[in-house]
Design a protein around this ligand. Structure first.
Ligand code: GLU
Length: 426
């Protein structure tokens, strides 16, 4: 066969970067592999509900700025929908829809009684004051209050949102609802009904996946060279956990660039110097680019930043044995194929990043029962859930001879499809 070297047209290029399209493609293949009829795909290819809101906020200079926000509820056959809210200038309707589907898949993989949801506001929180952020957070909750709630759809933190923002949102919802309602949102500060271990949960979940993945590849975490793209919530906690367990974190990056030291970076120093958005490289002159960082020689590569970082353009240059996706959607479909042909073990986002929503579930359960668990209890429960999730995906990949991403989608979509069938929807 003659290789097709024709460059992609701009349309083909943007299709490959279209996270919603690529998610739908794998959901379709997963459902076909599982033997579900076409109408199941028709139901699951888009969220069942999508709300767009306009949020007026009085800014510090007394002007009024109108922000656009979204909330997508992918599927509520299994239970209430659940998922974070991101504050980012690049938030779009399509991205929020894809993210809500990924949340459904995560809930399916780690077997939580939820469907997926996701929210986002187009804004740049790095350029907003505390007071403006509070106004925006409260305005968003007022705008979506009719479709959310502890038994309907439960928000949580995501990119550039944090426990303080969850606290404002919880307070606003409780005022609307006229009683204290901690189960409306997760990722809250501990004093407001937050859970021990929630802040570091995504990173903990990733380390549990790494522990399982290294066993399959015959590597040891102690002494392994690790590269982490992103130094936000997931990336920074992960760097700390891996550093503490004896791995050598040789590269990290933020939105502005990367740092590399073949002898291992001083993670404690970097954690001390990072700001609340994970920026640290601005303090250094000898930085590398994010592209260079991804191609560094290492044992474990963890993309923990944003979407579409590993594409068909750089997949052949990746120099790692294991990739664990702590971010949502960092690898395109074409790149997934290249990596799996190269026998790189890829632990996909919908599995690797499920630790956050798992501890969010524990937080919600604690809020509902009014009885709280210790950090050790949470860690123990998270460990059981993540190990089981990892092994069911790995087992599916082995027995059905599919790559880990497709296996994860097959495991993730099954519960939702079954629940919809039992309800008589399809
Ligand atoms: N935003 C996180 C995620 O993408 C956590 C969601 C949650 O805790 O509900 O998985």
């Amino acid at each position: 066969m003659v290789a097709d070297n024709t460059p992609d047209s701009p349309n083909e290029q943007s299709d490959k970067m279209d996270v919603l399209k690529s998610t739908q493609t794998i959901v379709k293949i997963a459902l076909e592999k599982l033997g579900y009829p076409e109408e199941v795909f028709e139901l699951l290819k888009e969220p069942v509900r999508m709300m767009t809101v306009r949020i007026p906020v009085r800014m510090d200079d007394d002007s009024i700025k109108i922000f656009t926000g979204y909330r997508a509820q992918h599927n509520d056959a299994v239970g209430p929908t659940k998922g974070g809210v991101r504050f980012h200038p690049k938030v779009s309707e399509k991205e929020v829809k894809a993210l809500s589907i990924w949340m459904s898949l995560k809930a399916g993989i780690v077997d939580l009684p939820y469907g997926g949801g996701k929210g986002g506001i187009v804004c740049d929180p790095r350029e907003m004051s505390f007071r403006e952020l509070e106004g925006l957070s409260r305005g968003y909750v007022r705008a979506i209050s009719q479709i959310v709630g502890p038994t309907k759809d439960i928000p949580a933190p995501d990119v550039f949102t944090n426990p303080q923002i969850m606290a404002w949102m919880m307070d606003e919802y409780s005022r609307i609802d006229e009683f204290n309602n901690p189960g409306f949102i997760t990722g809250k500060p501990i004093v407001l009904g937050g859970s021990h271990g929630r802040e570091s949960a995504t990173a903990k979940g990733v380390t549990i996946c790494i522990d399982e993945a290294v066993k399959k590849k015959g590597i040891k975490v102690k002494g392994a060279r690790v590269v982490i793209q992103g130094f936000g919530n997931a990336g920074s906690f992960l760097a700390k956990f891996l550093h503490d367990s004896g791995a050598k974190v040789v590269g990290i990056s933020d939105a502005y660039g990367g740092l590399y030291d073949p002898d291992g970076l001083d993670i404690d120093y970097l954690l001390d110097r990072r700001d609340s958005f994970g920026t640290v490289t601005k303090l250094f002159n000898n930085t590398i680019t994010n592209e260079e960082l991804l191609e560094l020689k290492c044992d474990i590569l963890v993309p923990a930043a944003v979407e579409n970082q590993i594409t068909e353009k750089n997949a052949n240059k990746i120099n790692a044995s294991i990739i664990v996706e702590a971010a949502n959607g960092p690898t395109t479909l074409e790149a997934t194929k290249i990596l799996s042909d190269r026998d790189i073990l890829l632990v996909p986002d919908v599995l690797a990043s499920a630790g956050g929503v798992t501890v969010s579930y524990f937080e919600w359960v604690q809020n509902n029962q009014g009885f709280y668990w210790s950090e050790e209890e949470i860690e123990d429960k998270l460990h059981k859930v993540m190990t089981k999730g990892f092994n069911s995906v790995y087992h599916t990949a082995e027995t059905r001879r599919v790559d880990m991403r497709l296996a994860a989608y097959m495991v993730g979509v099954r519960k939702m499809a079954e629940a919809a069938r039992f309800r008589g929807w399809i």
